[in-house]
Design a protein. Structure first.
Length: 236
């Protein structure tokens, strides 16, 4: 989900419905509240006392994510300085290999988003709710995929407004410094706004300073924190 292209980032266990490996940039999947993923236990709303509470059960924190939100649409001043790029909708099958290559280069460091294969991507793109028009692709001048911004739309609930999520965003590390990470982020937000969404959202690792700086500049603020814990005596 970068300064211009942040440190790859944000995937988590699937959320109820991903930062930046934007060459340093990518946004992984969002976490699931209170759900365990393998050995991990996710806490939906991380508070100052959460570490101590979990320690009482013999658990230590291994991840801390912040959910960031902003109102839509973007303002003209926020759009200023964003490179103009052409983004198109994902083509299932045709674009699989290119997307996987970028994802795995951008997220090589990430515990959840790295090492995706065609089987995992196929599982995502064959879900009934998958909409290929919400997955934006960028190609280099040579015609190779070098970035993507995968968005999702969450309907309103009794407690939450309708929300557009930047689910996964990644730019090839070779594009670092070109502004592609920002352009992908803006492209995703503009797409969500075109669908009538008034709130944009994403997850980012709390120590991904480069990505957070980009999101700060684009008007995102922290809505809440989510944390992951593992048994202190786990070998994983």
């Amino acid at each position: 989900m970068p300064p211009d292209t942040p440190h790859p980032e944000s995937p988590l266990p699937e959320s109820p419905l991903p930062e930046s490996a934007l060459p340093e940039s990518a946004l992984p999947e969002s976490p699931v509240a209170g759900q365990s993923a393998g050995e991990l236990i996710w806490v939906k709303n991380h508070l100052a006392t959460t570490d101590a509470d979990q320690a009482a059960f013999g658990r230590e924190r291994v991840r801390l994510l912040q959910q960031m939100r902003r109102s839509l649409p973007l303002t003209e001043s926020e759009l200023a300085g964003t490179p103009s790029v052409y983004l198109r909708a994902f083509q299932v099958g045709t674009d699989d290999a290119g997307l996987l290559r970028v994802n795995n280069r951008a997220f090589v460091w990430h515990p959840d988003q790295s090492a995706w294969d065609s089987e995992r991507l196929h599982a995502q793109t064959t879900m009934p709710e998958f909409d290929r028009s919400l997955l934006l692709i960028h190609e280099s001048e040579a015609g190779a995929i070098d970035g993507f911004c995968w968005t999702k739309i969450h309907p309103a609930t009794q407690t939450e407004p309708a929300c557009g999520e930047i689910y996964v965003i990644a730019a090839d590390p070779d594009t670092h410094g070109t502004g592609l990470g920002r352009a992908l982020t803006v492209g995703g937000l503009k797409l969500l706004s075109a669908h009538g969404l008034l709130v944009g959202m994403l997850y980012v690792e709390s120590d991904n300073e480069s990505a957070i700086k980009l999101y700060d500049r684009l008007g995102f603020t922290v809505h809440h924190y989510e944390s992951a814990y593992r048994s202190a005596d786990s070998d994983l």
